[in-house]
Design a protein around this ligand. Structure first.
Ligand SMILES: Nc1ncnc2c1ncn2[C@@H]1O[C@H](COP(=O)(O)OP(=O)(O)OP(=O)(O)O)[C@@H](O)[C@H]1O
Length: 627
């Protein structure tokens, strides 16, 4: 019902030049039969109103209740007015506004929160100003056509190469970002002041162009004055910043209580495993010294052949930076002479297995290979101390991003990224279950600080497969698996214990709450992450449940609720009722598939869309109804 009303409200805002074009938009007809309304299994996924001489501006607000809407096309009309607020429809995957009469500037943040957007077609309008930087940051964006407009300024720094980015025939200037340098040069032609590959024009320093050449030549002298003033201002700013840093350091030195002897970070920060290089400064040198004393005659055992070999001494040549201290010991970042950043993690309480058993198990872990597992590069074995060496993972831990992004000065994770992380964690876990079938809980220590994020925010699981090596008497205190309900009530750890961990992780990712911040089990009113979520969730969208930092979730609520339900099914207290890992991962994959492969575009590939001559195609019933 509300979908009908929303569409009628939207129609009311339209100025339609072609008489009778939307005659079928009437309450007496089912909405899925209306001209230009595209449905799949009874749900509206697209609006395609092309060639009907639409003018005026679009009322996007009216469409926000169409939860399944993924594609919009208003090509070949006469639309103008302010740039439509598409970001109110955060789940859109494609937008076609080509061949209209827009002559405005697009706000820089016009696409903020649109992490699902794949295709944006704005060609052949008269858009002015800079290309909005918000379009350049989402990895899913693969096809952008901005050609035949009046865009000026520089091309924003795209984070990735696109299948198609047509910027030809605009007024763009400056260097072409490196990531785009392999694209077809035709995509950049018709911009007199662009330079760098793939064009023949080389960039000079800073680059040989300006956005306003005429004004510049007239004001040559004042330009130098500006530059001189800017240099002086920059120097002053640097001096002020240095002054402030010195002052802060002095104050910190005076105010901070001395760090504990073993240099462990405290409270939430420690429990969340949030990186804090400051804190480690004083302790890491003493740790470094201890480690240096300890390893003077040691050899590392390498588990991978694809790495240049090195010794522990090489790792300790550079001063180490403490990344955090977990239950087992500290993790330190250090740099090899070849520039590779490595992490050394100390493991105490790891004497459950004898030397041979330990080495065999390490070999087994070394053979694992999966895109969502962080490989162990090498290890050092001594009875009382074990050291594992890993590659340093650029973006740190999921815990840091969920709970410490503000203090780390990083933006919060948006919904598409969070869903992708859950998918990757699920895949990594499933792989472990298939390849380490003899282990009670093949991961056994799943928590957000043991999920690291690569450059592209792909999750990498770490600290997996440790259970056979951990001292039994310490395991209960140290390992996540032993904090599951089946262990607490029946002293059992099972394969489904990892599923419990996955469920809690999903709830953490959705709520932004740190599981350990709930009162502990021994307190009077026992409340856990799971019981808190269950007490609030009544089957419908409840804003207070979800992380406010997730940003725009418009139109994604249904998906978020689906993931929440999966999370809760993983958190069934009774092991028998709980999903097993295959079921849990299959449900997550289904959710991803719905996202990725839904009937959500009018034009399936760029090549097909070019070939179908859509610019001249009108709205015909054959064209818009799904077979
Ligand atoms: N390979 C790595 N690359 C980047 N950061 C890492 C790496 N390994 C660990 N870290 C960081 O170091 C922090 C401390 O990690 P560590 O594994 O020592 O403790 P933990 O995960 O908090 O607890 P536990 O010891 O129980 O696993 C983690 O939160 C993570 O941010």
């Amino acid at each position: 019902f509300w979908e009908t009303e929303s569409l009628l409200k939207f129609k009311k805002s339209l100025v339609i030049g072609r008489a009778g074009a939307l005659e079928s938009w009437d309450r007496k007809n089912p909405t899925c039969t209306w001209t230009g309304v595209l449905c799949h299994q009874g749900k509206i996924w697209g609006l395609r109103l092309e060639n009907i001489e639409l003018s005026g501006s679009l009322n996007i607000e009216a469409l926000t209740s169409l939860r399944s809407l993924r594609s919009l096309s208003f090509m070949n009309n006469k639309l103008n007015g302010p740039f439509p607020e598409f970001k109110k429809l955060g789940a859109l995957k494609s937008i076609y506004l080509s061949n209209n009469q827009y002559d405005v500037e697009i706000p820089r943040d016009a696409f903020d929160g649109m992490g699902w957007l794949k295709k944006l077609h704005l060609e052949n309008n008269k858009f002015v100003g800079e290309i909005p930087s918000s379009i350049a940051k989402y990895p899913k964006v693969l096809e952008v056509r901005l050609d035949g407009n009046r865009f000026t300024g520089q091309i924003p720094e795209f984070t990735h190469e696109l299948h198609m980015l047509n910027l030809s025939n605009n007024g763009l200037s400056g260097p072409i970002p490196k990531v785009l340098s392999k694209m077809d040069r035709k995509m950049f032609e018709g911009n007199k002041e662009l330079c760098g590959e793939p064009l023949d024009m080389e960039c000079t320093s800073p680059y040989n162009v300006s956005s306003e050449p005429k004004k510049r030549s007239k004001k040559k002298t004042s330009k130098f004055l500006y530059i001189a003033a800017a240099v002086v201002a920059a120097l002053l700013a640097i001096l002020i910043i240095i002054g402030v840093i010195i002052a802060i350091c002095r104050r910190r030195r005076n105010k901070q209580p001395p760090l504990s002897a073993d240099g462990e970070p405290s409270s939430l920060q420690k429990r969340a495993g949030i990186q804090d290089s400051d804190k480690g400064q004083s302790s890491c040198h003493s740790q470094n010294r201890t480690a240096k004393r300890m390893i003077h005659t040691t050899k590392l055992t390498f588990l991978r052949d694809d790495k240049e070999k090195f010794e522990l001494q090489d790792l300790l040549k550079a001063s180490a930076e403490i990344l955090g201290s977990g239950c087992f010991g500290g993790s330190y970042k250090t740099v090899l002479s070849n520039g590779s950043n490595m992490v050394v993690k100390r493991f105490k309480h790891m004497n459950n297995a004898g030397s041979d058993e330990f080495q065999d198990h390490m070999k087994r872990l070394g053979r694992l290979k999966n895109d969502n597992l962080l490989p162990i590069v090498a290890y050092y074995y001594k009875k009382e101390e074990k050291l594992f060496v890993f590659d340093f993972v650029q973006k740190g831990s999921l815990a840091g991003h969920l709970h410490g992004h503000k203090s780390l000065g990083q933006p919060s994770l948006d919904w598409p990224t969070r869903l992708n992380i859950v998918k990757g964690v699920g895949r990594g876990l499933l792989y472990l279950h298939k390849n380490l079938p003899s282990l009670m809980a093949p991961h056994g220590h799943l928590k957000s600080s043991n999920v690291l994020l690569s450059e592209n925010f792909e999750p990498l699981l770490t600290d997996y497969g440790l259970i056979p090596m951990i001292n039994e008497e310490s395991a209960q205190e140290l390992m996540v698996a032993y904090k599951s309900p089946e262990f607490l009530t029946q002293s059992r750890v099972t394969k489904k214990t990892d599923v419990w961990g996955l469920g809690v992780l999903i709830l953490e990712i959705l709520t932004g709450k740190f599981p350990d911040s709930f009162p502990q089990a021994n307190q009077e009113k026992e409340e856990t992450m799971v019981s808190w979520v269950k007490s609030i969730f009544k089957g419908e969208w409840t804003q207070e449940l979800f992380d406010q930092e997730m940003g725009k979730t418009n139109n994604c609520e249904e998906e978020i609720l689906k993931l929440l339900r999966i999370g809760l099914s993983c958190c069934e207290e009774e092991v028998e009722k709980r999903l097993d890992i295959r079921e849990a991962v299959a449900k997550i994959e289904d959710l991803m598939k719905e996202r990725e492969q839904g009937d959500d575009d009018f034009y399936s590939t760029y090549a097909a869309s070019e070939a179908d001559g859509r610019s001249s195609r009108g709205v015909s019933s054959e064209g818009i109804n799904l077979a």
